[in-house]
Design a protein around this ligand. Structure first.
Ligand code: NAP
Length: 242
């Protein structure tokens, strides 16, 4: 029987690529984003009966129990994995910090993923599943970039949450890990100028943007039984950023 994985931020970029890799490997994928994109629909046509979509705004942490777990991934579905990929980047220098924008980012990047983790683990406990949770962080947590302090802080919170979730639930076989990507050429980084990109890539060993496919394959590995002894870890997929 195919394993079921919940992936947030499936409409484009890394999330869409994660869906593609998981479907190729025979998983059923439950995807969430706000927009139902043409690229997602193409994948859906290719994997009829294995890829499912619900449009949900993850900026409402108070509503996700109902929208995700009562109306989409219900308790009838045995959940094997959760990929916390959806995120927004509020970038600005610290002296411009706007508290409303900061809170809005924390809803999507921190509070909602924590609530989804809560109910994903409850589903795993109900079905006695040795599930796997994978969060997507960012190399900005570890290297520091001007203008990314607020965004990096939200990812740092998720890294800490993952480490302690791993400790809390490991005895029941539930694993939690983080993939830490370097800069990738997606919509999220589209506003960077050529000069900014050149500077970022100069800080990597491979002198290039991180490959989205490599990030997605690493997520798939961490979800799989091949990674059964890996938990509480950060796995860097960042072209060797310094
Ligand atoms: N791009 C980079 O350079 C980079 C580097 C390091 C880490 N990351 C991380 O990698 C992950 C994927 O980023 P990406 O580059 O693929 O970004 P992206 O192209 O902007 O995609 C973000 C995804 O999140 C979804 N999303 C955003 N806000 C949402 C909301 N309120 N409700 C539901 N879905 C929402 C978007 O879907 P809708 O807009 O359709 O809702 C989209 O599917 C993120 O966690 C990001 O922080 C990115």
């Amino acid at each position: 029987m195919s394993k079921n994985i919940l992936v947030t931020g499936c409409s484009r970029g890394v999330g869409l690529e994660i869906c593609r890799v998981l479907l190729r490997e025979g998983y059923n994928v439950y995807g969430i984003a706000r927009s139902y994109t043409d690229e997602f629909k193409v994948l859906e046509q290719e994997y009829i009966g294995h890829l499912f979509f619900k449009s949900i705004d993850l900026a409402d942490s108070g509503g996700v129990r109902k929208s995700v777990f009562k109306e989409f991934v219900t308790n009838d579905i045995l959940l094997d994995g959760y990929v916390n990929n959806a995120a927004v980047a509020y970038d600005d220098i610290v002296t411009n910090l706007n508290i409303d924008r900061l809170k809005a980012m924390y809803e999507v990047n921190v509070f909602t993923p924590m609530v989804i983790t809560k109910y994903a683990i409850r589903n795993m406990l109900l079905h006695k599943t040795r599930g796997s949770i994978v969060h997507i962080s960012s190399i900005s947590v570890h290297t520091g970039y001007k203008g990314l302090a607020m965004y990096a802080s939200s990812k740092g919170a998720i890294e800490a949450f993952s480490k302690d979730t791993a400790r809390e639930w490991g005895q029941l076989g539930i694993r939690s890990n983080v993939v830490v990507p370097g800069f990738m050429a997606t919509a999220m980084s589209a506003s960077l100028t050529e000069e900014q990109r050149a500077k970022i890539y100069a800080r990597t060993s491979l002198k290039a943007a991180t490959n989205v496919g490599s990030v997605a394959e690493t997520v798939a590995f961490l979800l799989s039984d091949k990674a059964c002894s890996i938990t509480g870890q950060n796995v860097y997929v960042d072209n060797g950023t310094i």
